[in-house]
Ligand binder design. Structure first.
Ligand SMILES: [Zn+2]
Length: 278
């Protein structure tokens, strides 16, 4: 059924049916455009031109879920993660980097609403010791168990991102946000750190770091600013209500397909390269 849908979506959006049907693998192996880097459109409705990726030589970086092909980003993001990896390595640990964007950004049928412009990345809480000497430089995060609490090192890693001026906001699980707001946190964040750190659905085992629109990207559309304050106020309580839990309900494949197709259709015209699969 999924294959059928992918086949149909190719006919719809590419107008070409050669070399089918592995749409997802095509999407994950195609190359970025050879143009100057630029984030185009909105975080949840846009694309990425001239994407960059890691060289594989970065200290302290472990890429996860590489098969998904979502390790492309705007140069600001690659640079930030490279620096974060170096910082982590100084503490004899590694940083697990999850999805960034596809090579040309844009919507994906699974996994994310945003991550479309090369400015979003998932960074895992778990930071393996470099002594663990992982045989591969990659890891499948699906195999990892969710963590129950945050260590001082993990909180300092979050702080590294909150303090970077390129970072616009960070999403974290409401339970962890509440813990970090409380006096029982093993390492206290400042209210400035907390300002950028916002509760959101999911994110049980990772944070989602979002960058500001880069200066080289005039077509990048900024998000509404974060409300003032540290986010430790009564708005945080809402996340623990029944109403909030309802918002977390699973979406069916049918729904996902509908959302994906409408997003592809609504992409900014400057994102036409997203459709060039062949
Ligand atoms: Zn994310």
């Amino acid at each position: 059924m999924i294959r059928l849908f992918l086949f149909l979506s190719l006919i719809l959006f590419v107008g070409c049916t050669h070399h089918l049907p592995d749409f997802t693998s095509r999407m994950s192996t195609r190359l970025p455009t050879e143009s100057t880097p630029q984030a185009i459109g909105e975080y949840a409705l846009g694309c990425l031109q001239g994407a960059q990726t890691f060289t594989g030589q970065e200290k302290g970086i472990i890429l996860s879920q590489v098969k998904r092909g979502r390790y492309w980003g705007h140069p600001d993001l690659i640079q930030l993660l490279t620096q974060a990896g170096e910082e982590t390595y100084k503490k004899r640990m590694s940083l697990i980097v999850g999805d960034l964007s596809q090579s040309r950004g844009g919507p994906t049928i699974t996994g994310h609403n945003s991550h479309q412009t090369g400015l979003d990345v998932d960074v895992w809480f778990k930071m393996p010791s470099i002594k663990e000497k992982l045989s591969l430089r990659t890891i499948e995060t699906e195999d990892m168990k969710p963590i129950a609490s945050l260590s001082a090192d993990q909180i300092k890693m979050i702080q590294f991102f909150t303090r970077d001026p390129r970072v616009e906001r960070i999403f974290i699980n409401p339970g962890f946000k509440k813990y970090l707001c409380s006096d029982s946190a093993v390492y206290k964040l400042s209210s400035e750190d907390h300002h950028k750190l916002r509760a959101w659905y999911g994110h049980d085992d990772h944070i989602h770091v979002r960058l500001k629109c880069p200066s080289d990207s005039p077509l990048c559309i900024s998000q509404k600013p974060i409300p003032e304050g540290d986010g430790c106020d009564k708005n945080l309580d809402w996340w623990f209500t029944e109403e909030a839990k309802e918002g977390e309900a699973d979406i069916s494949w049918e729904e996902l397909k509908k959302i994906y197709l409408s997003k592809v259709e609504k992409l900014p015209t400057q994102c036409s390269f997203y459709h060039e699969i062949f």
